[in-house]
Design a protein. Structure first.
Length: 292
């Protein structure tokens, strides 16, 4: 048994022109794509707040699942974030997944009041945050967590979210990949930071950690964020014709084990989203059917 392959598109949280993010979200939803992702960089003056935008778009769409990719843990306390995700899960009809990251762009995070953490401490903090989030989603009457970075002192969590609400991590380093396999429900790497040559080894590390923790690696959601352009001339694996995109994605699904693909258009966003949904996705689905 394995998870079905999902497809999606990214919406940039640009504040202007007003309404563009909503237009793109409605397009993604109308085209039948599975996922809508939004990056989280609240220190960017040109960006709207990701969680507010995510909630707004959840109310406007009908079917697509929305994912912050990924929520910046140093600026979002995990207990409150868990409560927000559980609430949106219930109000949206289980159309949200919680993407979470240990932090990046530390100077900008510090400028906004977040604490800078060295790599080891950042991963330690994320590990503790996972425990906090799980506790907040547990449905228990009262929960306590004692940690160096995050704690819960007898809080009463709830209402509990649906069983489908998962925790997906953006991770790249060895410890983060191992943490993903051992404790997360999904993985959100980006092609810009984890290229095709390095992806198989990273998948292997995630899978090995999952197996060591007694989990089925095939049941982990593994979503590859792809910045690129669907265009007539080939200029790299994700800058070329739709057929080339489809061929590359089929190989990543069939041989590497990725089971989700999200386009991050580099230009002409609406046209690129439409081309991905109408030209690339059907070709991938048909090719994967033939391989069964």
């Amino acid at each position: 048994m394995s998870l079905p392959v999902l497809f999606g598109a990214n919406v940039d949280p640009l504040a202007f022109p007003l309404g563009r993010s909503g237009e793109h979200a409605l397009l993604i939803d109308s085209l039948g794509l599975d996922l809508l992702t939004i990056q989280d960089h609240p220190y960017q003056e040109s960006f709207d707040d990701t969680w507010t935008l995510l909630s707004f778009l959840a109310a406007r769409t009908k079917n697509v699942t929305l994912v912050p990719t990924v929520a910046s843990l140093p600026l979002r306390p995990p207990a409150v974030l868990a409560k927000a995700a559980a609430t949106l899960d219930r109000l949206s009809g289980s159309r949200v997944q919680l993407g979470l990251g240990a932090g990046a762009f530390w100077e900008a995070i510090e400028a906004m009041g977040g604490l800078h953490k060295e790599p080891k401490r950042a991963v330690d903090a994320l590990d503790e945050a996972i425990t906090v989030v799980r506790a907040m989603w547990s449905g228990q009457r009262s929960v306590r967590v004692r940690g160096e970075h995050y704690s819960l002192a007898g809080v009463r969590p709830g209402p509990a979210p649906s069983p489908g609400l998962g925790l997906w991590l953006g991770s790249y380093g060895p410890r983060m990949l191992a943490l993903t396999g051992a404790r997360a429900d999904g993985w959100l790497p980006s092609h810009a930071y984890l290229g095709l040559d390095a992806l198989p080894a990273a998948v292997g590390r995630v899978n090995d950690a999952a197996a060591a923790a007694g989990r089925d690696p095939s049941m982990l959601r593994k979503v590859y964020n792809i910045a690129g352009t669907i265009q007539s001339a080939a200029d790299g694996p994700f800058r070329g014709p739709a057929a080339q995109w489809a061929e590359t994605i089929v190989e990543l699904a069939a041989t590497v084990g990725m089971n989700g693909f999200v386009i991050w258009p580099e230009r002409d966003h609406a046209e690129q989203i439409r081309a991905f949904a109408t030209e690339v996705v059907p070709a991938v689905r048909e090719a994967l059917k033939r391989r069964v």
